[in-house]
Design a protein around this ligand. Sequence first.
Ligand code: GRF
Length: 209
Amino acid sequence: MKNLVILISGRGSNMMAIAKACAAEGWNARIAAVISNRPDAAGLADAARLGITTAVVDHRAHADRLAFDSALAGAIDAFKPDLVVLAGFMRILSTEFVNRYAGRMLNIHPSLLPAFTGLHTHRRAIDAGCKLAGTTVHVVTPELDHGPIVAQAAVPVLEGDTEETLAARVTAAEHILYPRVVRWWVEGELDFTGAGRIGHRGGAPQWLV
Ligand code: GRF
C-alpha cells in the first residue's frame, strides 16, 4: 500500500479528484494526508469530509523559505510518503526540499509545458492567440515547472474565452489526467529510465485531448 501525501494551497479540486479516484477504483494506495500552507484553504474541509487526515504548515509562521521548507518536510515525512503530489500548491520550493523527494514528487501545471511556466497561464495563452491550451503533469525538479513531463491534456481556446472560462475547461481536463497519472505511478507503470523522458510501460497514451 503506497502512502500519498497531497499538498494544496486553495480549492483542492485536483486533490479531491485524486482522493475520489483512489477510493472508487480501489488503488493500492491511501491518501495519508493533505497538507496546506494556508489555514483557510477550502480543500482542507473537503478532504476532512472524506475522512482524510489534514495538516497546515503556515508559510507566514516561518522566517524564510528554508525554515518553511524544513517544517513542511517534517510534516510530510511524518506520514512516510511514497509519493508527494503537488496539487495547486502555490509555493516555490527550495532545491534542498525538491532533492529530498527526488523522483517521488509530481506537480500539475496549467499549461502545455514548456510553454507558459509560472503564473497567469490562461491569460497568457489567450493573449498569445493560442488555439490550444492545456495542462501538464511533471516530475518536480529544482527549476520551476521544468521537470520531465509525464502526461499532458490539451483543450481548445475558444473565441470569446476569458481567463475563467478557459481555466474551467483546463481544470476539467486536469481532473481526468492527474488521477490517471497518479494511478500509473502507484501501479509502477511509469518508466523513468529514458534519460529525462518518462514513458508508460504498457504504452498507454500519455496525452488527452
Ligand atoms: C490547477 O489548475 C493546477 O494546475 C494549478 O493550480 C490549480 C489548482 O486547482 N497548479 P485546485 O486547487 O486543484 O482546484
